[in-house]
Structures are given as C-alpha cells and as structure tokens.
Design a protein around this ligand. Structure first.
Ligand code: NAP
Length: 489
C-alpha cells in the first residue's frame, strides 16, 4: 500500500465510502456496503483487524485496505464519505480529530456509533465551522443487522443526506421494498431518535418480561408452555422480533442441567446506558416516558443484590392457584394488558421525539420514524405499520390514543388491563412497567388531577403561585394571614 497525500488528487481514490473501526459493527457494515456494490476503504487503529477482514471476507466485494489514516483518506472519492464505528465518547472524539484534520470542505464524517445526541450536536457545530458535514447516524439491529440490513437513523444536513441517503438506503433493511433509512433531521436528530428507539426497546422488553412472570406465577405455566403462548401471540397484533426471540429463549433448555435456560440465568439485568440517557433526557425535556423509566429502573433494581438480599422473603400478597380454565382466561387478559401497555410505551417515545423536535428545532416526520423501525431494528413489530398510518393520516397527532383504532383497542382492554395489574398487586408480583403504563393512561384521561393540591402546597411553602380555574392570571394566597385577600402575582 502506498501512502498518498490526502489532499492531492489520488489515482487510487476509488472508494465511495470508508469505514474506520472494524469491530463487531464496523466490520459487518463495511461488508454490507461491499456486498451492495460499493468500493469500501477499511481502516482500524490496530491493523490486525483490517488484515483479518481482508483475509476472511476480502472476496465479498471491493475493499481498499488502509494501514494509516493518510492512506485511508486518500482512498476516498470526493466528497469523501468516512464512517466511524468506534465506542461513543472520547474514542469517537479522538477519531474525529484525527480524520477531520485530513479532510476538505464538503467532505462528510459519519458517526455510526451510539453517541449521545448532545455530543453529536457539539461535533456537528464544530465541524461545520471547518466546512465539513458531520452526520450522527443511529444504527440499530446489532451485528446481524449491520451485515444484512440495519435500520439507519441519520441526522446532519439535508445536503449530506442527498449524497449519503441512497447509500444508506441500499444497505438498510427493506420492508415491502421500502428502505429502513430516512433523513431524521438536522444535527443530533438521528442519534436522538436512536436513543429513544433504545428507550422504547427497554420498555418493550420489560413489559414482555412482566407478562412472562405473570403467566408463570399466576397462570402456573412452565417456560416451555409460555413459549407456545408467545409463539401464538407472535401471529397476531403483538407480532414482533422481541416476542419471537422471547419464545425462543423460553423454549431453550440448559445443556448442562437439562432444565429451562431461563431458570439458570442470574436475574440481574445489565444495561449499556442508552435507556438511562433516554430517561435523563426525558427529565430535562419534561417528557413523561414513565414506562421507559420504570423499565430502566427495573434493570437497576434487579442488580441491587444487597438490597434484594435484605428484603427477600418479606410478606407479600397471596391468592389460590388458578384452575386451567381460569389460567387460559388470564392468559387472554395478559395479552390485552401487554398490548395496551405497549401502545402507551411507544406513544410516550413518540411524544418525547415531538417534545425534542420543538426544543431543538428539528422537523421530524413521525410517520417515517415508524416506517424505518419496521425492519432491521430490535423493536421491529407489525403494529408499527399502524403507527405509521396514524401519523401519515395526521402528522400533527399528539397521541396514538387520538387515533380511532388504537383508541378502540385501548377501550376494549380496560377490564383485562386493570384486572392483570390488580392480580399482580394482590399476589405481590412486581409489574412496574404495566403499572406505569396504566397510570399514564389514567393520568391522560383524568378530568382533574391532584396537581391542584400540589400547587396549593407549593404556594404555601414557597409562594410559587398558582392559576385559577375560574379566571386567568397568576395568584398567591397569604397563608400566614388568612384574612388578607389573595393577590395577583
Ligand atoms: P467493538 O467491537 O468493541 O469495536 C470497537 C472498535 O473501536 C474497534 O475497532 C477499536 O479499535 C475501535 N476503537 C476503540 N477506541 C478507539 C480509539 N480511541 N481510537 C481508534 N479506534 C478505537 O465495538 P462495536 O460493538 O462494533 O461498536 C461500535 C459502535 O457501534 C459503538 O459506538 C456501539 O455503541 C455502536 N453499536 C453497537 C451495536 C452492537 O450490537 N454491538 C449496535 C448498535 C450500535 P481496536 O481494534 O484498535 O481496539
């Protein structure tokens, strides 16, 4: 390989895209681009990964291996398109700094890692100053998706998407022939939407786990029987990747013990942080993503070994076991509760995206977000078609509860949903995500909330003032001198 000065016309500048960071995701994305007919320059901090990729997969397409940053940049056609697939945080900053110094105005740096959207906004602004396009692109679907078609959520300028869009669309997953990639919005919008995707994923997984726990503890079913229930549900409106893999995990037996795999696994859930970011950001935006928050806290609680050891075995509720007929009826109720809770959790995610769009000045097509999540990503699900249709029919829809079919389904779920949450409480089974979703629904439908009392309390101790239902204005009561009239602040 000859080192070529990056800013001189290079005879070997043949690559339409370059990927640096050839770990799990980068290697597979590079192969995906190559398999789709692109010439791909490949580079890694430790060259052995580049050599391995060339040795194992070099015949899959046109790759240009590069040992050094200079060789890598020189191999790229102009405007250069350079994709970074490294760990979020300082590693991403270090790689951007290294390559930005070698690029020219109009070139594009794409960060396909799981960056925090605020970092993406900062980086985009800084690189714009240098005349470079910086595109924070959320990539979902894990290792398999990166290779065979992920869901891609690019932010950055519309100008950069005009160049990159066709490439992203060709390597993305396809559903009914439609690509699972779209321009989400400017600067950090892509990474924001990817973060919310992961938050929804946390909620969906926790809801499914709670449904399993109820079927096991209340219904009295074995993991293998519950796997069959999930397989059945996967044929209906709950049909999704997560329901499908849940059935597989539940049906799996541990090779060593011959028992159910799920019984041999430590019940402490890990996380890499995107759920936490969603909740932290939701608090800043004032977006009530309560099901996502409870799902994130549920993982934290499960991992609090000391706390759980201190309280394990304390009294809780009990009720007699269900007969088989009652268990079948209960299973149908759990399906209703799971579906209704899932609609609420997804609705919370969409509202959070709307809130962020207002805050950051993004113009986000909410129907398109549903469209690109139908394939490639972890939360791909059949009902995303209907969410897309709902936002297509009314782009300004504030909540899915305002859409006729969803509203009817949630109406039909009322008795079973409440019965399931009540059964869990009676038996002492934790259902934090189910409960949060139901409480959120009840909060939205309430005529009056006790927030009025909170306002009274706040005015009492802090003179924080309150509004009145009977006239406009801002008021304060002289609590220590009850005789004095209320004042307008
Ligand atoms: P990985 O397998 O651990 O690979 C990490 C890569 O980053 C390696 O190529 C490594 O190079 C490089 N790297 C780390 N620090 C660096 C630095 N300071 N300078 C230069 N290169 C550096 O990671 P991955 O799973 O592919 O994830 C890559 C990105 O995709 C992350 O942001 C991750 O959050 C995101 N992501 C992952 C998944 C998934 O399912 N794994 C899904 C979606 C998004 P060396 O070989 O030299 O160490």
């Amino acid at each position: 390989m000859n080192a070529t000065a990056p800013n001189s016309p290079a005879a070997d500048a043949t690559a339409q895209i370059g990927v640096t960071g050839l770990g799990v995701m980068g290697r597979n994305l590079a192969r995906n681009f190559a398999r789709n007919g692109y010439t791909v320059a490949v580079h890694n901090r430790s060259p052995h990964r580049t050599h391995e990729l060339m040795k194992e997969y070099g015949d899959e397409g046109a790759f240009v291996p590069a040992e050094t940053a200079q060789e890598f940049v020189a191999a790229l056609e102009r405007p250069r398109r350079l994709m970074i697939m490294v760990q979020a945080g300082p590693a991403t900053d270090a790689v951007i700094d290294e390559f930005a110094a070698l690029m020219e105005p109009g070139d594009m740096i794409i960060d396909g890692g799981n960056a925090h959207f605020a970092d993406t906004r900062r980086r985009e602004a800084a690189l714009r100053e240098q005349g470079l396009h910086f595109v924070g692109a959320g990539v979902s679907g894990g290792e398999e998706g990166a290779l065979n078609g992920p869901s891609i959520m690019p932010g950055g300028s519309a100008e950069s998407y005009a160049v990159l869009g066709p490439m992203f669309e060709s390597v993305s997953a396809k559903v009914d022939g439609e690509p699972c990639s779209t321009h989400i919005g400017t600067d950090g919008a892509g990474h924001f939407v990817k973060m919310v995707h992961n938050g929804i994923e946390y909620a969906d997984m926790q809801l499914i786990a709670e449904a399993y726990d109820l079927l096991r503890q209340v219904g009295g079913y074995s993991p293998a029987e519950i796997a069959d229930v999930f397989r059945r549900w996967n044929e209906g409106r709950l049909g999704s990747y997560l329901i499908e893999i849940t059935a597989e995990v539940l049906a799996h037996t541990d090779a060593e013990t011959g028992g159910a795999f799920v019984d041999i696994v430590t019940d402490a859930a890990g996380q890499k942080g995107t759920g936490r970011w969603t909740v932290q950001t939701a608090l800043e935006l004032g977006s009530p993503v309560t099901a996502i928050a409870q799902a994130t806290f549920a993982r934290a609680s499960s991992s609090q070994a000391d706390l759980r050891a201190a309280y394990r075995g304390l009294p809780g509720g009990t009720t007699p076991p269900l007969s088989r007929t009652e268990a079948e009826r209960f299973t149908a109720q759990v399906e209703q509760a799971l579906y209704a809770s899932k609609v609420i959790a997804y609705d919370q995610g969409w509202k959070m995206i709307q809130d962020a769009a207002t805050e950051y000045g993004w113009s986000i097509d909410l129907a398109a977000v549903a469209g690109i999540w139908r394939g490639g990503c972890i939360i791909r699900a059949s009902f995303l078609d209907r969410i897309r249709a709902a936002y297509t029919a009314d782009p300004g829809l504030v909540s899915l509860l305002g859409e006729e079919t969803f509203a009817r389904e949630i109406g039909d779920a009322q008795v079973p949903w409440r019965e399931v949450v009540a059964s869990a409480a009676r038996r002492g089974i934790p259902v934090p995500a189910f409960s949060a979703a139901l409480s959120h629904y009840d909060t939205l439908r309430a005529e009056r909330l006790p927030a009025a009392l909170l306002q009274g309390q706040r005015d009492f101790f802090g003179a924080h003032t309150y509004g009145r239902t009977d006239r406009s204005g801002t008021f304060h009561t002289h609590w220590s001198r009850p005789g004095r009239p209320e004042t307008t602040a």
